[in-house]
Write a protein that binds this ligand. Structure first.
Ligand code: ADP
Ligand code: MG
Length: 603
């Protein structure tokens, strides 16, 4: 189909609006154009989070010389003729708005050669004006370069997020498209450094492995489901990967859905995915998921949102059920076959032993932990056993007894006498005016937090060098996040250095984490940081510290000796804010003597 300007009646019916909100939206539109042009390789390059430069090069069909100028005209498209075509639209674009909108707010150039033509075209534009057009030699395909985005709209420029945030948005966008189009070779270069590449093997697993890193990929389960729509007999396909229940996140941002090759945001379908984990995941936790839905085009209306990020389903319930069923089946199958699980993980070769042996191989300990859940519920006597074999930190009782060498602080609680432990979770203590029930984990978090903050202020040495240098492989988005927060992480005692593409070496951790798996801690911290931060909330540094303390604190479920409990109480008695943990939850309940007397009818 040749490029033409859409007739007014069609324009009137397509969902119009702003498509260029930020650098990532430019990248999205250009990638979609490349995919629509049938490219098998898409190369994305950005500088300064896309503010300075965005370049997307593809090896697709290219644009004919006599249509090049038209392509940047508003509502010029080769993908749609009449409104009827919309019902069966097979391309990602159809409005002819992207190139013109991007051209309007940037300095853009296009080099393109149509596969059937001998010469290519070179176009230079500035804020929609064509400054130059000439014939050039070029390989078949298209290269669009967008520079100085929003140079003529200072208001929008002002609203752009930090450069690192934009960078992260772009890498998470590119990796998502790479997962949805495994046949296409994607490459992303940010500020001269390759952040991501896929090989175009056609296997989605190959891409996910590169996006999540090998360790995380081993925790993904394949999803494959098919439903038929009863009335029409047509097929709905659900295919992709979703995380094992233990690998989860605090937000839904890692649930990615593509419908017929289109990345969509859909609250209800996202919910269907989380729903499928019912009883496998704690409320408030969400899996990491990529699902590609294959739905008859007439079941989906794509013309509802300017950036095409939302779609409307003719019958949303059918789609919801198909997604939920497919994911549920995968999760249950995984959960019901603990023995199979290890055989599904072929990666116990020597190469990876180096990396994991310190904490067992990731998968074995995972199984151990799963099986121990039953122990934990009805056989508390086995806790100590569990904590020696589990992959979690081996609890070091010295940790509570370890009094910091800081000067003794004033008392904030009366002297408390330990009576005993309840449920391996609470310490019962007695004070001058009643009884205290103390949450051992919350209380220890509070103690460690205040010690940590003290040490931090005194600039006391807080790094513990790891015996072996650990490396951590991350997704491009996580790698950006680490880089963004490297100074802060170092300030709290992590010794981390970049080590090749998306890999870092960990040489040291905050001293109180001496007995924990540094990779795991760091992953959790990243997870936490990725959920973003509302203005006015605690600083990033404090958030990291809070997390570190949570990790280092004794867990619920750990039997404590009398000495340990007494040490814990002695330290809590001198905390500045002994009544709450750093997250703000209570550390203790106090039942006053008066209250007890009243309850027992003695008063
Ligand atoms: P749309 O994608 O909605 O048609 P765009 O403004 O994104 O609108 O692009 C306008 C037209 O320019 C497209 O219809 C297509 O014909 C052509 N075009 C844009 N980018 C490419 C590309 N990378 N390769 C080939 N043709 C392209
Ligand atoms: Mg387009």
């Amino acid at each position: 189909m040749s490029i033409h300007v859409l007739p007014d009646d069609v324009i009137a019916q397509i969902a119009a609006g702003e498509v260029v909100e930020r650098p990532a939206s430019v990248v999205k539109e250009l990638i979609e154009n490349a995919l629509d042009a049938g490219a098998s390789a898409v190369d994305v390059m950005t500088e300064k989070g896309g503010r300075q430069t965005i370049r997307v090069a593809d090896n697709g069909t290219g644009i004919k010389a006599d249509e090049a100028a038209l392509s940047i005209t508003r509502h010029a498209t080769s993908k749609l003729h009449s409104i009827d075509d919309l019902i069966n639209i097979q391309t990602l674009g159809f409005r002819g708005e992207a190139l013109s909108s991007i051209a309007a707010v940037s300095k853009m150039s296009i080099t393109t050669r149509h596969q059937d033509e001998a010469a290519g075209t070179f176009l230079v534009l500035e804020g929609s004006r064509i400054l130059k057009q000439q014939a050039v030699g070029a390989p078949s395909g298209t290269v669009v370069t967008v520079e100085h985005l929003f140079f003529n709209t200072p208001a929008r420029l002002k609203f752009l997020k930090k450069e690192t945030t934009e960078k992260r948005q772009i890498s998470s966008l590119v990796t998502r498209y790479a997962m949805a189009y495994p046949r296409v070779r994607f490459r992303l270069e940010q500020d001269g450094r390759e952040a991501f590449s896929s090989i175009g093997s056609g296997q989605i697993s190959d891409v996910i492995m590169r996006v999540l890193g090998l360790d995380k990929f081993r925790q993904m389960i394949e999803v494959s489901g098919e439903d038929t729509i009863r009335e029409t007999g047509q097929r709905i396909g659900v295919y992709g990967f979703t995380s094992m229940p233990d690998y989860n996140r605090a937000d839904r941002s890692q649930i990615t859905l593509f419908v017929n090759g289109r990345w969509i945001q859909d609250t209800s379908l996202t919910y269907a995915v989380t729903q499928a984990y019912h009883t496998f995941l704690m409320t408030g936790r969400h899996p990491v998921t990529i699902l590609l839905l294959d739905i008859p085009p007439e079941e989906v209306d794509v013309n509802v949102h300017p950036t095409k990020a939302e779609v409307r389903f003719r019958d949303p319930n059918i789609i919801f059920a198909a997604v939920q069923r497919a994911v549920r089946r995968a999760v249950i199958e995984y959960a019901e076959t603990p023995l199979l699980r290890s055989s599904r993980q072929p990666l116990t070769t020597d190469t990876f032993d180096d990396h994991t042996s310190r904490w067992h191989s990731g998968i074995d300990s995972h199984n151990a932990e799963q099986l121990d859940i039953a122990w934990e519920l009805d056989s508390p006597g086995n806790y100590s056993h569990q904590h020696q074999t589990g992959h979690d930190e081996i609890y070091n009782p010295g940790m509570i007894l370890d009094s910091s060498n800081a000067p003794l602080k004033p008392r904030t609680l009366p002297a408390l006498r330990v009576v005993g432990q309840v449920g391996a979770m609470y310490i019962v203590a007695e004070g001058p005016v009643g009884m205290y029930l103390v949450d051992q984990h919350a209380a220890h978090e509070r103690i460690l937090y205040e010690q940590f903050m003290d040490a931090q202020q005194r600039k006391a040495h807080i790094t513990q060098h790891t015996l072996e240098v650990q490396t951590i492989d991350l997704s491009p988005a996580e790698a950006n996040l680490i880089e963004e927060n490297l100074t802060t992480l170092r300030a709290v005692g992590f010794e981390i250095e970049p080590f090749g593409v998306n890999t870092f070496v960990i040489r040291g951790v905050p001293a109180i984490l001496a007995n924990t798996d540094p990779v795991e801690v760091l992953e959790e911290v990243l997870d936490d940081l990725a959920t973003g931060q509302a203005p006015g909330q605690t600083s990033i540094e404090e958030r990291i510290i809070i997390h570190v303390c949570k990790r280092a604190a004794v867990k619920a479920g750990q039997i404590l000796s009398l000495d340990e409990m007494q040490a814990l109480m002695r330290q809590l008695e001198r905390c500045e804010s002994p009544h709450t943990c750093p997250h703000g939850r209570p550390t203790m309940l106090h039942l006053s003597s008066d209250h007890l007397a009243r309850e027992f009818g003695r008063k």
